[in-house]
Design a protein around this ligand. Structure first.
Ligand code: NAP
Length: 252
């Protein structure tokens, strides 16, 4: 069976992706910090008829990620699909802007992806076969207050993956960036603002896995959020700012 490796697999979208991939015939490696949560997800993967490996690591720890991925490949073989999903948020309002918090979010959402990719890419490139995917967000399509740094971290991931796709696709390695809108997970459970067009996590996982199986460059949903955000790129800056202030800031 092909082998998928997922970071941030202990809850939310990562856990749902693990189960969906297992149901579709993938063996799955699970990486995150909370061992007991990973063990519960691994049990569901096995129940679905697939093999599971797990390793505890903090994705901000480059060496720890390397050891975790080595342990997974020792158990399940080379990685065919790596999903760098681990990530999280944190508000960074301009009134209380804190460079330490900004750096924490970038380390988690950007460095975490980079640490994962550097471990799996050399072998995929050497084999001329493989697929890397990174979890960004529609929040990376525009700067959404008061999550300026979260938006910036996800925009950085989007641009990195776009660039890598141009380098690697013709060499047999597919590159996908995933840009979800709001999905019901422990991450969004803590939000106290309006979250339009929210998807349940199982629906999101099915949609993402279908896109990954088609080796799409971009998987983005839901359309009613992604299309208007993409359209802002064609508008003058003052109009985008006005829209953000009137449409988004009044809802948060
Ligand atoms: N839910 C949404 O609406 C939404 C929308 C767009 C994008 N996203 C993105 O989707 C991804 C998954 O989020 P989610 O909504 O599923 O949230 P979640 O349920 O909180 O899951 C986050 C996952 O990341 C792991 N994680 C967090 N920090 C980590 C670290 N330092 N090292 C290793 N693993 C770490 C967590 O596991 P441990 O705590 O066990 O380490 C957990 O498995 C994130 O990148 C998020 O930005 C979510």
């Amino acid at each position: 069976m092909p082998h998928a490796l997922i970071t941030g697999a202990s809850s939310g979208i990562g856990a749902a992706l693990a189960l969906e991939l297992a149901r579709r015939g993938w063996d799955v490696s699970l990486i995150a910090r909370r061992r007991e949560k990973l063990e519960a997800v691994a049990a569901s993967v096995v129940e679905a008829g697939a093999r599971a490996a797990l390793a505890v690591a903090d994705v901000t720890d480059r060496q720890g990620v390397r050891q975790a991925i080595a342990s997974c490949t020792a158990q399940l073989g080379p990685v065919d699909l790596a999903i760098a999903n681990a990530g999280g948020g944190g508000l960074t309002p301009a009134d209380a802007f804190d460079a330490g918090e900004a750096s924490r979010i970038m380390r988690l959402n950007f460095d975490g992806v980079a640490h994962t990719l550097e471990c799996v890419l050399p072998e995929m490139i050497a084999r001329g076969h493989g697929h890397v995917a990174a979890m960004a967000s529609i929040a990376g399509l525009a700067g959404l207050p008061p999550s300026s740094v979260y938006s910036a971290s996800k925009a950085a991931v989007q641009v990195m993956m776009q660039s890598m796709s141009a380098e690697l696709r013709h060499r047999g390695v597919a590159v996908t960036v995933i840009n979800p809108g709001f999905v019901r997970t422990p991450l969004t459970d803590t939000n106290d603002f309006d979250m339009p067009f929210m998807w349940e996590v199982d629906r999101a996982a099915r949609h993402i896995v279908r896109g990954l199986e088609r080796r799409r460059r971009v998987i983005e949903f839901p359309a009613p959020l992604s299309w208007p955000l993409r359209a802002t790129r064609w508008l003058p800056a003052w109009m985008v700012e006005w829209l953000i202030r009137t449409v988004i800031m009044t809802r948060t």
